[in-house]
Ligand binder design. Structure first.
Ligand code: HEC
Length: 134
């Protein structure tokens, strides 16, 4: 009887700790997934002005499927997060400035299509304004 009294609470403590570990892992797992399916922020939440918001629409339509804007993970192409906040472009190593990025958008690169026949100069300017916010 005495042994039983010692054993039962002990096994409870063990289960409790194990349960806590499982729960912690589950929470960590859910929060890791949470990063990827994060709710889409509105233009206002991102603090975008009218031109940047217009650029975002273009980005969503033409660029998003290959380039993640707010995560550093690659899709078919490199992430666009902090594209203008770093000195050089990720693939070519060219300086990260409007002229070089405009060229990439117009002419394409490797598996990236060219957009000179698709987007107007104004649309490319809007797109650049948005890329500067990433
Ligand atoms: C079909 C997929 C695809 C689409 C759509 C696409 N890209 Fe790309 N992009 C790529 C790939 C792949 C690369 C890497 C090219 C390489 O290997 O040099 C790239 C590279 C880039 C680079 C970096 C170039 C460098 O010099 O390092 C920029 C900037 C870029 N894309 C912007 C855009 C923008 C803006 C759009 C929308 C107008 C867009 N991309 C649409 C696939 C795509």
């Amino acid at each position: 009887m005495i042994g039983g009294e010692v054993l039962i609470p002990h096994s409870f403590i063990f289960n409790g700790k194990l349960g806590l570990k499982v729960l912690t892992l589950a929470i960590l797992g859910i929060s890791a997934i949470g990063c990827d399916i994060e709710r889409r922020k509105s233009d206002a939440e991102l603090g975008l002005n009218a031109q940047q918001a217009a650029g975002r629409r273009i980005y969503d339509q033409y660029c998003d499927r290959c380039h993640a804007p707010y995560s550093s993970r690659g899709r078919h192409g490199p992430s666009m997060k902090h594209i203008f906040k770093q000195p050089y472009l990720p693939m070519s190593g060219m300086p990260a400035n409007d002229d070089r990025v405009r060229d990439v958008i117009r002419m394409g690169r490797d598996k990236m299509p060219a957009y000179s026949q698709v987007l107007t100069e104004q649309q490319i300017a809007d797109l650049l304004a948005y890329l500067h916010t990433l």
